[in-house]
Design a protein around this ligand. Structure first.
Ligand SMILES: Nc1ncnc2c1ncn2[C@@H]1O[C@H](COP(=O)(O)OP(=O)(O)OP(=O)(O)O)[C@@H](O)[C@H]1O
Ligand SMILES: [Mg+2]
Length: 366
């Protein structure tokens, strides 16, 4: 299985439309050789279109697609050396597991003996050696998914494209297969691009995330950077949870900014923001950066407890603010942690050093 030379995938200025508005608009990103990147975004944002353009299944209006030194743009799909796993696996229903895996090898005129050896090797790789003679309908969803991966890998592609490969599976199986996928990818060292709309899946599999929204790239970063330093409100809300406040920039000081929330309260941030006084903004904070205190304090908003729910190691509070707005807080839970009663009054202390502030949607950026 070794001997594969991993190549960097480089997509530049990719644009495609299916007639009307652009489904993919000037998309550029690279996946370093041997790494996994995840293409992530809401339904309809253009993820599958990007994958199909790379695979040669749609012809983009413009843009370049390079794999190492090879310009894929001018090659027909079958000559691109790409293994692809489709959203619904797309196994041939009338072929056995072994025949499904052998199919792309037969298309490449690989000889019978070598084909058989390769199929055996692939079946072992995805741990399905005992299932060679079964038909796809005689397999579980997870097993079918592994056949689809084996079929994609059989011709030793130099790039692996996975379109929502775990989409149809339940949570526990998804997790097992993600671990399996990571193992395979590490063993083979093959450059991989995985499409998902599941942010946890993306974060657990990929070394970099490519976030798309409405055909465009919003941010490309490591999973941690995307979570800790979202560059847009969309990214902040799409990855993880975010409380959000509409506000006006009231005062700018050398090392501080005071925001006046729509509810009338003030939040003081320990840094000067790059906005002008009076700018309309949206401030966000993650639930883990809100803690409950029992007395009024700076940056603490009066609230009523709606419900407090233990979720594994955390206690999650859904709070109702004085103006009717909602705020979620999450704290680490120990055996001694008190669960506040619904309806009790608390103060939600916001760690304003961890707040992000974006221009209000529809206003020119700072
Ligand atoms: N064959 C097609 N003909 C016309 N429009 C299409 C076609 N395929 C996709 N589109 C449109 O292009 C846009 C992007 O679609 P795409 O399938 O790339 O989205 P996606 O991000 O993969 O979504 P999902 O998460 O739902 O799979 C959508 O608005 C979709 O309706
Ligand atoms: Mg899709």
């Amino acid at each position: 299985m070794s001997g594969l030379i991993a190549n960097t995938l480089s997509v530049q200025g990719l644009t495609h439309s299916y007639g009307g508005a652009a489904a993919v608009d000037e998309v550029s990103f690279t996946v370093p050789a041997g790494e996994i990147a995840a293409l992530l975004g809401p339904s309809g944002c253009g993820k599958s279109t990007v994958l199909r353009a790379i695979a040669g299944l749609v012809s983009p209006r413009s843009g370049s697609i390079m794999l190492g030194d090879a310009d894929l743009g001018h090659l027909p799909a079958r000559e691109r050396g790409i293994g692809m796993v489709f959203q619904n696996y797309a196994l041939f229903p009338h072929l056995t597991v072994a025949e499904n895996i052998a199919y792309p090898l037969a298309c490449q005129h690989v000889g019978r003996t070598e084909r058989r050896e390769r199929v055996t090797e692939m079946l072992e790789l995805v741990r399905l050696a005992d299932y060679a003679k079964r038909l796809p309908r005689e397999l579980s969803g997870g097993q079918q998914q592994r056949v689809a991966v084996a079929r994609a890998l059989a011709p030793s592609p130099s790039l692996l494209l996975l379109d929502e490969p775990f989409g149809a599976l339940d949570r526990a199986l998804r997790f097992d297969l993600q671990v399996e996928m990571l193992r395979l990818q590490k063993t083979l060292g093959i450059t991989t691009l995985i499409v998902t709309h599941d942010q946890e899946e993306a974060q657990s599999l990929a070394s970099s995330l490519v976030l798309m929204n409405k055909g465009r790239i919003e941010q490309i970063d490591t999973p941690m950077a995307v979570y800790d330093r979202p560059q847009t409100l969309f990214v902040n809300r799409f990855i993880g949870q975010a409380n959000q406040f509409e506000a006006i920039v009231e005062t700018l000081e050398t090392n501080a900014t005071i925001l006046r929330l729509r509810s009338g309260e003030a939040l003081s941030l320990p840094r000067r923001l790059d906005f002008v006084t009076g700018a309309a903004v949206v401030a966000t904070c993650r639930p883990e950066h809100v803690s409950l205190v029992d007395a009024p304090a700076a940056n603490a908003l009066a609230a009523t407890v709606g419900v407090s729910v233990p979720l594994g190691p955390s206690l999650v509070h859904d709070l109702i603010l004085a103006n009717g707005g909602e705020l979620r807080a999450s704290q680490a839970r120990g055996p001694e942690t008190l669960v506040p009663a619904a309806g009790s009054t608390v103060f939600a202390s916001i760690d304003t050093a961890r707040c992000h502030v974006f221009p209000a949607p529809g206003t020119p950026s700072a």
